[in-house]
Design a protein around this ligand. Structure first.
Ligand code: HEM
Length: 537
């Protein structure tokens, strides 16, 4: 059944065999037998005990008892929608990705927006990062752009991710507070982690309390690679630019809304799509040729850095439109499994150590969250591209593989798929040259933690800066441990003295004397940014 005014696409039509409509049908049990009475259990007499024989009671209660699955370990609270993506003109000179070749081609997408720290039932208006995850159902398989509404991240290495999340989640003894940031463990961690300085500036800014999912930017954060037909690689950063503009609410408004309508963003997205006001974003890319990898004052592999748009402009190359609400929240939004490792030929990874860790994490967590190795067969997750391989069996297997064999190499045949040459769309990893020692260390090019934090602060208008001062003062004012507050003032003083002074004043603290040994390990820029010539899309 087509929702009024909401277009279908190849993916939403492909899911049709899985849709169920009860209206006008007889009620039946899971084995198909029709149910005559769904309200009275089978009893030994009108006032007697229920009988174990009652298979209808047992089935209904058993299914109910098993209705819940674990929420996502992060990004538990979210909302999703279907839509389409179209590139404006071929990007063939940059990437061989099929969905970026043809302006006529419409690629179905499913998008899930989320907060990060709160649980599934938490308020939409928390001060937090927002997830912006897009699944493209391309003809070459699913490509997931699993991004956030902030262009950078807290940490430079995935090994720290469990620590970050343990610090930001409610404290373990009393499960307080729900709020993302306002507590000792979070600020303790941040105050000991100077590399989070840039991200914390974004988190204390208005960006952390969006007006609507429809009015947020999105970012792939990491530097990725585009690979073209000739096998040439260019670095690429992905952006989403909302056509409604970027808008936030003020902190007091956020508090008010959280109290009156904790589903504010979810409702806003749903209602907009129901009413036909389909939200749109343009896909933006920043492209850097391989040869320019080391021309910046920061490292392209460092996920705590942006490439300033003054150096490499964002070029708008396509449009995403969300035009259809899910039929069922659990089946679609909750069971959607995004993974930064879902790529197609023409898109590849870099050695960003945060990205590298994410490449492991998503499938691993989905194996437990979605109950085993076959979650890719769930309708919302299965690709439009055909799937043929030698993986077999496991809990809840839906596919009925035919043939006698499931191994490779194989001379007997019978249900055995061939490996695809690159010309037939077989994925080949970019043959980046790697030569190094096996070592647990970080490059010095990752050591400048404050320049871009300062750049961000200075890019804010005066009212926006005042909001940030208020946010720091409020959040740190909740921290009970005075040493943590002091360490944060020390970090802020590395970013901007006036910011540090204003927050210190609000907290009745003083700014630490300059020890002459800044926390900053800044390296000099080896290129004049003004001379930098970006590549054209
Ligand atoms: C979930 C983004 C870093 C592990 C998510 C989601 C987004 C996201 C948008 C929600 C996906 C959904 O809607 O279902 C990001 C970004 C990161 C980042 C932009 C940094 C740039 C990491 C790291 C790890 C990680 C470093 C682990 C090493 C997870 C896990 C989930 C998740 C386990 C839950 C997935 C699920 O249960 O389906 N992330 N994340 N993330 N992320 Fe990340």
């Amino acid at each position: 059944e087509i929702k009024k005014g909401q277009p279908t696409n190849a993916k939403t039509e492909e899911m049709q065999p899985n849709r169920e409509v009860s209206d006008g049908e007889f009620m039946s049990a899971n084995q198909g037998v029709r149910i005559n009475n769904d309200q009275d259990s089978l009893k030994a007499g009108e006032r007697g005990a229920s009988l174990l024989e009652d298979f209808l009671l047992r089935e209904k209660i058993t299914h109910f008892d098993h209705e819940r699955i674990p929420e996502r370990v992060v990004h538990a609270r979210g909302s999703g929608a279907h839509g389409i993506f179209k590139v404006y003109k071929s990007l063939a000179h940059l990437t061989k990705a099929d969905f970026l070749q043809d302006a006529e081609l419409e690629t179905p997408v499913f998008v899930r927006f989320s907060t990060v720290a709160g649980s599934r039932g938490s308020t939409d208006l928390a001060r937090d990062v927002r997830g912006f995850a897009v699944k493209f159902y391309t003809r070459q398989g699913n490509f997931d752009l699993v991004g956030n509404n902030m262009p950078i991240f807290f940490i430079q290495d995935a090994l720290k991710f469990p620590d970050l999340v343990h610090a930001v989640k409610p404290e373990p003894d009393n499960e307080i507070p729900q709020a993302a940031s306002a507590h000792d463990t979070f600020w303790d961690f941040i105050s000991l982690m100077p590399e989070s300085a840039h991200m914390i500036m974004w988190l204390m800014s208005d960006r952390a309390i969006p007006r609507s999912y429809r009015m947020m930017e999105g970012f792939g954060v990491h530097t990725f690679r585009f690979i073209n037909e000739r096998g040439e690689s260019n670095f690429v950063k992905f952006h989403w630019k909302p056509l409604l503009g970027v808008h936030s609410v003020a902190w007091d408004e956020a508090q008010n809304i959280s109290g009156k309508d904790p589903d504010f963003h979810r409702r806003d997205l749903w209602d907009a799509i129901e009413s036909g006001a389909f939200p749109e974003w343009e896909l933006g890319i920043q492209v850097v040729p391989e040869a320019d990898e080391h021309r910046f004052a920061f490292d392209l592999l460092d996920p705590t850095k942006i490439i300033p748009e003054e150096l490499v402009p964002v070029q708008r190359v396509g449009k995403l439109t969300l035009n259809r609400n899910p039929d069922n929240f659990f089946a679609e939004t909750e069971q959607a499994a995004f993974h930064v490792g879902h790529v197609v030929p023409g898109i590849d990874f870099t050695n960003d150590p945060l990205l590298q860790g994410r490449l492991f994490s998503y499938t691993d967590t989905q194996l437990i969250r979605l109950g085993g190795p076959n979650f890719q067969e769930i309708p919302i997750n299965r690709p439009l591209a055909q799937v043929h391989n030698n993986q077999r069996d496991g809990y809840m297997r839906q596919m009925i593989n035919q043939g006698k064999s499931s191994y490779n190499p194989n001379s007997l045949g019978g249900g055995y798929p061939a490996q695809a040459p690159a010309a037939e769309g077989g994925f080949t990893s970019y043959p980046e040259r790697i030569d190094g020692r096996k070592i647990r260390a970080r490059s010095k090019s990752f050591f400048d933690h404050f320049s871009q934090a300062r750049l961000f602060y200075h890019s804010q208008s005066e009212p926006e800066r005042n909001h940030m001062i208020d946010a720091f003062s409020f959040e740190l004012g909740k921290v009970k441990t005075i040493e943590v507050r002091k360490r944060m003032i020390a970090i802020l003083s590395q970013i901007d003295q006036s910011l540090a002074a204003a927050v210190a004043y609000a907290l009745s603290l003083s700014i630490p004397k300059d020890t002459g040994q800044p926390l900053n390990h800044s390296i000099p820029a080896d290129a004049d940014p003004n001379e930098y010539q970006p590549i054209q899309a």
